[in-house]
Design a protein around this ligand. Structure first.
Ligand code: NAD
Length: 459
């Protein structure tokens, strides 16, 4: 017997974007259902942000004790790792947070339907033999790793980030194609665990979307840490053998135990009934939305990796809030990509918000820039992590803060302050006037902001 139920809001996909949209909708008094094909929490919680950061926590600790303990006066002999326990800790972290998300659904009285939902048009979603009817639908089905022509994934020798994250053992050597967020985070992880790492990037620098000076600093650190970085490299193909894999480049071959393909993610827009519902997608399959996350179809919103822009969990969550508020007729502010913080958990970490120096110039701005190196920051010296810098990009005519870029220890925690300044339409001098606690890394942000007008104090 087909079952059918009516809701104010149905969210298709229970990842970070989807479940956050559902919470906001429920807070606004809407009877809400989330439809999820796998597990609540989606890519971020189960095979993305959370487990990879748990792995990086273990690798960072191992590396510090094994390779740098003496610098800190720690004499630890026979420092070793047990990968099964690292993997078990990773799973424990994920499970704890997964329980939290399930609890949030109960607390907000959100119904969760497990199954594959397909849009039918007219506010209907078919989930196996159950029909769900909703006044508004928010589609949040996310994305999946892409591959390359000539490179066939087998999940053993040739893997993507899903396989790498959930692996039960480590390769002795690995080649990684793509030096975006996934590529540089896994390069950090494998290198810290002692593997031989070759990082291959098609463009002429690592993390090509970041400010050029950030790319240079990362390259310097990676080379110092023994990562073989090949930029402006063309991959012809890859052959998996029994024992290893061979990657062909224009100027030779690389052999490694494994090959990780990290060349971006494509939208999960197939097989979910977007056509039937009249939802327009662009030529790459991303759903087209306006700044309120409305699609071309009346009554259908879309958020997260499915709509492109920055494919980041926190961007998806914010888009979920924007969509839910719009559904409820309670608009606060539209989605602004320029306010999205970008965070990469390599060593050194990278974080940014707003325009790079080059983007600001290309946009016709007269640019002034302030920089402050971590080597001049007391807390960074105490940490023993002095590589990198904070950089503030401002408009020379209006004084407006246009962008902030941090590469170095805990950059991802530091970006919140300039991001808030941008939200408040603050100027660098105001960030510089903020009284930062001492000794903290946050002083580097204040000093970089002061440096925009040549007023940095400690350099
Ligand atoms: P990405 O698009 O960020 O980077 C892919 C890189 O691969 C690019 O630098 C690109 O130039 C390169 N590339 C593409 N084709 C290539 C080829 N044939 N040979 C060599 N290099 C090639 O994608 P990603 O790193 O796979 O990440 C996917 C998405 O997930 C991104 O949007 C990313 O921001 C997000 N993500 C974010 C985090 C984080 O915030 N910490 C972590 C992981 C992933």
């Amino acid at each position: 017997m087909a079952d059918s139920a009516e809701f104010d809001v149905a969210v298709l996909g229970g990842g970070t974007g989807g479940y956050t949209a559902a919470i906001r909708a429920a807070q606004l008094g809407k009877r809400t259902v989330v439809i999820e094909v796998a597990k609540l929490g989606g890519t971020c919680l189960h095979i993305g942000c959370i487990p990879t950061k748990a792995l990086l926590e273990s690798s960072g600790l191992y590396h510090k004790l094994h390779d740098r303990g003496r610098e800190y006066g720690i004499v630890a002999t026979d420092v070793a790792f047990d990968y099964a326990r690292i993997a078990a800790r990773r799973d424990g972290v994920v499970n704890q947070l997964w329980k939290g998300v399930q609890g949030l659904m109960r607390k907000n009285r959100i119904e969760v339907v497990l199954g594959c939902g397909v849009l039918q048009g007219g506010g209907r979603i078919q989930v196996d033999d159950r029909a769900i009817q909703a006044r508004a639908i928010i589609v949040a089905t996310g994305s999946s790793p892409r591959s390359l022509p000539g490179v066939e994934l087998d999940g053993r020798r040739v893997i993507n980030s899903d396989h790498a994250t959930m692996a039960g053992e480590l390769p002795g050597s690995i080649a990684i194609i793509g030096a975006g967020a996934v590529g540089v985070e896994f390069a950090t992880f494998y290198r810290q665990m002692g593997a031989t790492v070759t990082l291959i990037e098609a463009l002429d620098r690592l993390v090509p979307l970041e400010d050029e000076e950030v790319s240079k600093a990362l390259l310097q650190s990676f080379v110092r840490d023994g990562i073989d970085c090949r930029v402006a490299a063309r991959v012809g193909g890859a052959r998996a053998g029994k024992r290893d894999v061979t990657v062909s480049l224009e100027d030779g071959e690389i052999r490694a135990d494994q090959l990780l393909v990290a060349v971006g993610r494509g939208p999960n827009s197939q097989g979910i009934g977007l056509g039937a519902a009249g939802v327009a997608v662009d030529e790459r399959g991303f759903v087209e939305v306006d700044e309120w996350m409305r699609t071309s179809a009346e009554g259908v919103w879309a958020i997260g990796d499915l709509v492109g822009g920055y494919q980041l969990a926190h961007a998806a969550a914010h888009e979920g809030v924007v969509a839910a508020e719009d559904v409820a007729g309670r608009r606060v502010s539209p989605m602004e990509q320029e306010l999205v913080t970008r965070c990469t958990y390599s060593t050194p970490e990278i974080a940014s918000v707003g325009l790079t120096e080059a983007q600001a110039s290309e946009a016709g701005r007269e640019v002034k820039v302030g920089r402050f190196p971590f080597v001049a920051n007391g807390r960074a010296v105490i940490h023993g992590e002095t590589q990198g810098f904070a950089k503030i990009v401002a408009d020379a005519r209006t004084g407006q803060l246009l962008g902030a870029h941090v590469v170095g220890v805990q950059a991802t925690e530091l970006i919140g302050e300039p991001a808030l300044a941008r939200l408040f339409q603050g100027d660098p001098w105001e960030v510089g006037r903020n009284i930062h606690p001492h000794p903290t890394l946050s002083e580097a942000i204040g000093e970089a902001a002061l440096a925009v007008d040549g007023q940095a104090l400690n350099i």
